[in-house]
Design a protein around this ligand. Structure first.
Ligand code: ZN
Ligand code: ZN
Length: 169
């Protein structure tokens, strides 16, 4: 979804968006992602658009240890100044004065809300999702899910330093 700078009235523009995440190139990061609900407040700045808002969605991803699907709610707020390319240097100064604010380059006087949402969803996706903090993962030998049952691989493997002595035990 694109918003032209000229579409934003002087008092700003509030938008409620429900974005179906048909985002090429990132689909393999999750099993599923519910439509992204977002609210935006857009304001015209001298040389760009100031976009702030919140989003929420739920991603189903695989636990990085046991590979079980887990549902992870994602939500966050954002404030981003979109500036014209020639104003990028000035934008860095703005960023210094408002450390909380991100700065991005605006293309053709338009703001791509889809791209903004995609970036924010990706930023909030855990790199190593866990089904629970103490997930025991899969046995590296037999592949059994150690959260659900146990195996004797660990016992048999024992301490690798003792392996040369194992026939003596
Ligand atoms: Zn797990
Ligand atoms: Zn095992």
């Amino acid at each position: 979804m694109l918003v032209e700078r000229s579409q934003i009235p002087p008092e700003g523009l509030d938008l409620e968006v429900c974005e179906e995440p048909c985002w090429e190139g990132v689909e393999e990061l999750w099993l599923s992602l519910t439509p992204v609900e977002a609210s935006f407040h857009l304001e015209r700045e001298v040389n760009g658009i100031l976009a702030s808002g919140t989003f929420s969605t739920t991603a189903v991803v695989l636990c990085s240890r046991c590979s079980e699907p887990i549902s992870i709610p994602l939500s966050d707020s954002f404030t981003i100044l979109y500036t014209e390319a020639s104003e990028a240097f000035r934008a860095e100064e703005v960023e210094l004065s408002a450390a909380e604010m991100d700065v991005d380059i605006m293309q053709d006087d338009r703001l791509d809300l889809t791209k903004l949402l995609r970036e924010n969803v990706l930023l909030n996706l855990p790199l190593q999702p866990l089904c629970r903090a103490d997930c025991r993962g899969l046995c590296p030998h037999c592949g059994i899910n150690l959260n659900e049952s146990s195996c004797r691989c660990g016992v048999q493997a024992g301490d690798p330093r003792l392996l040369p002595l194992q026939h003596l035990l």
